[in-house]
Ligand binder design. Structure first.
Ligand code: 5GP
Length: 237
């Protein structure tokens, strides 16, 4: 499949037109960034690992009836997807307190959250992705109240499927970030689900198996990404 014109280049992915209306290609590049782009590097083959993990997890979610933009992986870092009008939200689901939650609120890292906590941020690096609440999301006309209910419902369904899947691999799904978009009036999951957007802890050792290894220089990022990608793509453990 030929890449057409570049439509958009983000911090780690680029989106290209295809010959088909309503279908685009997402290229997972080797760029890795953290802290609003304050830390950045290029790590060889990182894009391939994130693309294969995203493809695996999107397929898994589709099997469970969750609507996603995923069509197929056409090359090792190139994913064919339905074109979406993206909704500028980062929908974060948390099963265990970590990261910004423990930094910003009096709750120790590692505290289980049951039921899971949904946090929704406004996706805008220039504003440092400020947290929203339901009233703000509706007031800003980002979603209708009905759409907001639907987005939260899908996010919790995704969480149920992924928690079960990672548990079978001996991994705790601590938290993750989703992005949604619209196509033909339907809201569906877009973007990626990868080691860049999830927080994963090894159940046995407590070791980070995600971008925290890069954010906080905890070790060999690519060795971790390769190991986790192999484990995920080998399926249930
Ligand atoms: P935190 O709010 O603790 O920084 O992040 C919570 C979860 O959402 C983590 O799994 C983190 O990787 C993900 N996340 C939050 N913001 C972003 C973002 O801008 N980009 C990506 N890729 N993931 C994010």
């Amino acid at each position: 499949m030929q890449k057409g014109d570049l439509l958009y280049a983000g911090k780690a992915k680029s989106v290209y037109r295809t010959g088909r209306e309503g279908v685009v290609l997402i290229e997972f590049r080797d760029d890795i960034t953290a802290f609003d782009g304050g830390k950045k590097d290029i790590l060889e083959r990182k894009g391939c690992f994130n693309a294969s993990v995203s493809a695996y997890l999107f397929r898994l979610l589709e099997e469970h009836g969750i609507p996603t933009h995923f069509m197929d992986l056409v090359e090792d870092r190139l994913m064919r997807v339905r074109a979406l009008t993206m909704i500028p939200l980062e929908v974060i689901v948390r099963n265990v307190a970590a990261g910004s939650m423990s930094r910003n609120y009096p709750i120790a890292e590692g505290t289980p959250l049951n039921p899971p906590v949904i946090v929704i941020d406004y996706k805008d690096d220039s504003r440092h992705d400020p947290m929203l609440n339901d009233d703000l999301i509706v007031a800003l006309k980002i979603l209708t109240p009905e759409e907001l209910t639907r987005v939260k419902d899908i996010a919790l369904q995704v969480n149920s499927v992924l928690v079960r899947f990672f548990s079978s691999l001996g991994i705790t799904l601590v938290d993750f970030k989703l992005e949604f978009g619209r196509a033909d009036g339907e809201i569906m999951l877009g973007d990626e689900i990868s080691m860049d957007s999830m927080r994963l802890w090894d159940n046995r050792t407590g070791e980070s198996l995600d971008k925290d290894v890069y954010r906080f220089s905890k070790g060999d990022v690519m060795e971790v990404y390769r190991r986790v990608a192999e484990k995920i793509c080998a399926g249930e453990g």
